[in-house]
Design a binder for this molecule. Structure first.
Ligand SMILES: C[S@@+](CC[C@H](N)C(=O)[O-])C[C@H]1O[C@@H](n2cnc3c(N)ncnc32)[C@H](O)[C@@H]1O
Length: 277
């Protein structure tokens, strides 16, 4: 039985980076008047109450979303206004997960496939998405589910792969499935989230992805501490395949600014073109 619950981490510095990139992708891809399929292989509960005991056990959101304001970050107005909308007011009472953010962008012809394995988080997610016939929730393995949808009938797809990496073999599984998914649907836009707990694992991931021959691949990472194997997650990042042409430049400007706002010691950022055209 898996023990990871995203409610303990919702709104932390890793969620902030992940969701900023996700919102950029959703915004760009839903500008074109053609149906889009969104696949979230590890969806979580969808919406998190920041006043809950879970969220306040370590109050990670205080080092993440609580540090950002629309005044300081006008360029993040879309993301920050969605967080405000999820709170239903001005107080930071909730934090939206990836399914909540994605649903905001769905048009009547778009579809979302959400996979979540944990029974309690799945029940919350299903309830949140109830009566939305654009969305399907599945309580099954998201990586297998992902492959079953590709290529999507609409031929336009955004895939978020955001596992908890609770089991060490997840790192390899994720890379294998991403490579398979890309082979089935090379035109898809893929966003893979990763935590840096042990840098060697991420180096290996990057090398394997590069070796696979996948092109048009960018990496965005934010570290709140120098690499260390003793301090848990010191950094996290997103690897994006087939990114919109606007993404790299906006992240290049944003990452140093974000780093300056977060609670960090010897932190750094990476904004890299892993593979070109
Ligand atoms: C990092 S959280 C997801 C957060 C969410 N994507 C967001 O951004 O709001 C990872 C989730 O994956 C779920 N999970 C773990 N193994 C899974 C699997 N094999 N298939 C689907 N979900 C899984 C966990 O229960 C957890 O809720």
């Amino acid at each position: 039985m898996l023990s990871y619950r995203h409610g303990f981490h919702a709104g932390n510095f890793a969620d902030v980076l992940k969701h900023i990139v996700l919102v950029e992708l959703l915004d760009y891809l839903t500008r074109k008047d053609k149906p889009l399929e969104y696949i979230d292989s590890h969806a979580g509960a969808g919406l998190y109450r920041l006043t809950s005991a879970q969220a306040n056990k370590t109050a990670e959101y205080e080092g993440g979303i609580a540090r950002l304001s629309e005044e300081a970050f006008p360029e993040l107005s879309q993301y920050l206004s969605l967080v405000r909308e999820a709170c239903g007011g001005s107080r930071l009472s909730h934090y939206p997960g990836s399914p909540w953010l994605a649903r905001h962008y769905l048009r009547s012809t778009d579809r979302a496939w959400l996979y979540e394995a944990h029974p309690a988080d799945f029940a919350t997610l299903e309830q949140l998405m109830e009566r939305d016939n654009r969305v399907r929730c599945q309580q099954s393995d998201g990586l297998k589910g992902l492959l079953s949808h590709l290529p999507p009938t609409s031929k336009r797809g955004l895939v978020l792969i955001d596992p908890s990496y609770e089991v060490k073999s997840d790192y390899q599984q994720v890379v294998d499935h991403l490579i398979k998914a890309h082979r089935k649907f090379p035109a898809g836009v893929y966003a893979l989230w990763y935590p840096v707990v042990d840098r060697q694992r991420i180096d290996r991931m990057e090398q394997q992805l590069l070796k696979s021959g996948i092109r048009r691949m960018q990496l965005f990472e934010l570290a709140v501490q120098a690499d260390s194997r003793e301090h848990g997650m010191t950094a996290s990042g997103m690897i994006v395949i087939n990114p919109p042409w606007t993404l790299f430049e906006s992240m290049q400007q944003l990452l140093p600014k974000l780093l300056g706002k977060l609670d960090q010691q010897d932190g750094f950022y990476r904004c890299e073109q892993l593979a070109g055209e």
